[in-house]
Ligand binder design. Structure first.
Ligand code: NAD
Length: 451
């Protein structure tokens, strides 16, 4: 398959896609490697993961450059992404020696628990953040003693392929960490159906996530789902409106809106609505959209021509465009940051569906109850932001909004040492943070009689 640079529309590489048979062969290699990897002592497993993290750091610039060419991500952001992979590996490199069970008091003997690795773990990755999302699944899985097969998205396999080479350079034993580019319905689905794959970590669309949940059922296969989002950015009149408006574009347009956490619905208290829109307009127009190789660029192109067509359809002729930012002319899959607002917004598909592009809808609300009602009026529940100077209100809102990752007076929601995941149709299971290892182990209880 030809891999296209979305900023230039030029072919950057050609990648062979794995067949179902090649996927089976990779699973069999992984299952054999598991028997060796689970026996590697915790200290040695930790050392190998630390070496992996260090090698990623040594190749950070190269990996970032590859993501610029493959996904069109701005270079500053791509460096953050490679750094996130390094940090996630580094964080879970601290886990093997600390991954302890319990000793529970019982009569007539001793009771202990073990955290047993599952076996082969399939990590199916979307195209929007190829390196971080690969790391969120792979790093804790490896630390817990599992072997991993990563299936990158069709459009963005290049960094994952390079990371697999770096893993070997770092000393990870052969087949402990494999990367298998392939089509979702072929290689991805085979990982889901193969009985030797004991767990699937899937990040992607809710449509495919639901299909895979059903496909995992016959084998009661363990599954973590990180799916879509339609998150609300809720701005109360008592907040720092300047700060809320200046940051709102970046909460939705970063990565060209191709972010599951994008705050793609801005809800503004009606008494502050007009002032907020006055402040938002220059902020949106100030977003620097352009050549992803340029250091100053904040937003690059969309990932592909097909995705551009999909995003365009959310802004049909006659859509209530309040204002738009800029986008380069010429080759590349560009779409300008776009703000939809005004009467009729609630009838727009962009108001309810995940656009996964640089399109945001703004709507007024009356009071706290109204804000909660609108924010929760979606099948999704991934993230969101709450802007207010009233601490009590901030806490009430944070408890009332049905989403897994909320931020107050900011938009930060993903830190590798805190849990990340969704409510409702945004998925289940939590990645990152101290508890992610539990998603890659079974607790085994053993009673030893002293009689
Ligand atoms: P997608 O569901 O089309 O594809 C995701 C991955 O699944 C790809 O690797 C694809 O090849 C594979 N796949 C597709 N069909 C499959 C099948 N039948 N069996 C097995 N694998 C299959 O999603 P996408 O368009 O690549 O990604 C965008 C979506 O991902 C958005 O909805 C976004 O919200 C979501 N996402 C969620 C999170 C999160 O953490 N919650 C993070 C990033 C992206």
């Amino acid at each position: 398959m030809d891999v296209i640079n979305p900023a230039t529309e030029k072919v950057v590489a050609t990648v062979a896609l794995a067949s179902a048979e090649e996927t089976d062969a990779a699973v069999e290699r992984s299952a054999r490697a598991f028997e060796r990897w689970r026996a590697v002592g915790p200290g040695d497993r930790a050392r190998l993961l630390r070496a992996f993290a260090e090698r990623i750091d040594a190749h950070l610039e190269e990996l970032a450059g590859l993501e610029v060419a493959n996904a069109g991500h701005p270079i500053g952001q791509a460096r953050w992404e490679a750094g996130n992979l390094r940090d996630v590996l580094g964080y879970y490199a601290g886990a093997p020696e600390r991954h302890t069970g319990l000793q529970i008091p019982v009569a007539g003997g001793m009771d202990v628990t073990f955290k047993e690795p599952l076996g082969v773990v399939g990590v199916i990755v979307p195209w929007n953040f190829p390196m971080p999302i690969m790391g969120w699944g792979a790093a804790p899985a490896l630390a817990a003693g599992n072997t991993v097969i990563v299936k990158p998205a069709e459009w963005t396999p290049l960094t994952a392929l390079r990371v697999a080479e770096i893993a070997l350079e770092a000393g990870l034993p052969e087949d402990v960490f494999q990367v298998l580019p392939g089509e979702g319905p072929i290689a991805g689905r085979r990982l889901v159906d193969h009985p030797s794959v004991r767990k699937i970590v899937f990040t992607g669309s809710s449509r495919v996530g639901k299909e895979l949940m059903a496909a995992c059922a016959p084998q009661v296969k363990r599954l973590t789902l990180e799916l879509g989002g339609k998150s609300a950015n809720i701005v109360f009149a008592d907040s720092d409106l300047e700060k809320a408006a200046a940051s709102a574009p970046y909460a939705v347009f970063e990565n060209a809106g191709q972010d599951c956490c994008a705050r793609s619905r801005i809800l503004v208290q009606e008494t502050a609505y007009e002032r907020f829109m006055e402040l938002l307009e220059p902020a949106v127009k100030g977003v620097i959209v352009g050549d992803p190789r340029a250091e100053a660029t904040e937003v690059g192109p969309l990932v592909s021509a097909a995705h551009l067509d999909r995003v365009r359809a959310y802004v049909p002729d006659g859509a209530p465009i309040a204002f738009q930012g800029s986008a380069p002319e010429g080759p590349g899959y560009w779409f300008p940051p776009t703000v939809l607002a005004g009467p009729g917004h609630a009838g727009l598909p962009a108001w309810t569906e995940e656009v996964f592009g640089p399109v945001v809808t703004v709507a007024p609300f009356k009071d706290e109850a109204d804000a909660v009602r609108i924010a929760n009026d979606t099948a999704y529940g991934l993230s969101g932001s709450i802007w207010t100077r009233d601490l009590g209100r901030a806490l009430r809102m944070a408890r009332a909004v049905e989403a897994g990752n909320l931020s107050v007076n900011s938009h930060s929601s993903v830190r590798y040492w805190t849990p990340f995941g969704g409510f409702k149709e945004s998925g289940f299971g939590r990645e990152l943070g101290p508890d992610a290892l539990d998603a890659f182990t079974e607790t085994k209880n053993v009673f030893i009689s002293t009689d």
